[in-house]
Design a protein around this ligand. Structure first.
Ligand code: SF4
Length: 249
């Protein structure tokens, strides 16, 4: 499930070039550069049904701020209230992706301590330069769980030095979606998977992107099929690596 307490964003990175928020807003003639508080869904985590129960059940994972960036400065006036809801719903897991990990220290709540136990911080880095800029910052902060999103993947990203220390819990790779999507080469995904396996880090291939290259052949994948095709690709990689490991004893 998703919770988007605010909507709209400013492009800040090569991965933003074909941002899906801009693409989808463009279809509705909406300006994604306008950052607005969600009028009806801002308080989704604490909304109750007519029986007085929370609408979001305990144990749910809520993808947080997937149509903006949780740490964007335009949301400074709203974030405090969002943190309060996150704290209050300690029975819900919040997954917060960001390209603005640099802002984290300024934006964390005063009682963050070692990190709220129900919050995962996921840093998105689409290429090596952004990984080298953002991952040292991610490793430096306190958080109960830390993820890396290599998404939209633009090249092979060598995460070895960041995975080696054990500070990253999971890596998720995804290609770019919709019109003008840049290619996602399955070989890059394969190499990142192999690096994750080497360091015992959870791996997930969440979407192929619309422009998928596998073994020299290009596939145009419909957005609705990107996730299922990626899962097939992930299964293939797991089988391939197991086979290689068995062969090599
Ligand atoms: S940070 Fe994310 S939501 Fe914001 S413009 Fe870039 S890709 Fe889009």
């Amino acid at each position: 499930m998703l919770w988007n307490p605010w909507h709209g964003c400013r492009k800040c990175s090569p991965g933003c070039m074909n941002c899906y928020v801009y693409f989808l807003d463009g279809l509705r003639e909406k300006n994604a550069a306008e950052i607005t508080k969600n009028k009806t869904g801002f308080d989704l985590p604490i909304k109750r049904d007519r029986h007085g129960n929370y609408k979001i059940p305990a144990g749910t994972e809520l993808g947080t701020c997937f149509t903006s960036d949780f740490f964007i400065e335009e949301a400074d006036g709203w974030r405090g209230e969002a943190w309060e809801m996150i704290k209050r719903r300690s029975d819900v897991r919040f997954l917060i992706p960001t390209k603005r990990i640099r802002q984290f220290a300024e934006c964390a709540p005063d009682d963050w301590g070692e990190g709220y136990p129900n919050v995962t911080i996921a840093v998105s880095c689409e290429n090596q330069a952004k990984a080298d800029e953002r991952l040292p910052l991610l490793l430096d902060i306190k958080a109960a769980r830390k993820y890396v999103f290599v998404s939209p993947i633009l090249e092979y990203v060598d995460l070895s030095e960041y995975l080696a220390g054990g500070g990253i819990d999971a890596v998720s790779v995804g290609g770019e979606s919709y019109a003008n999507a840049r290619e996602c080469d399955f070989d890059w995904v394969r190499r990142i998977f192999s690096d994750c396996r080497k360091f015992g880090v959870e791996f997930d291939f969440h979407q192929t992107g619309s422009n998928f290259l596998k073994d020299g052949r290009r596939y145009r994948i419909k957005h609705r099929d990107e996730h299922s095709q990626a899962k097939k690709g992930e299964e293939y990689l797991r089988a391939e690596l197991n086979e290689n490991e068995n062969r090599n004893g």
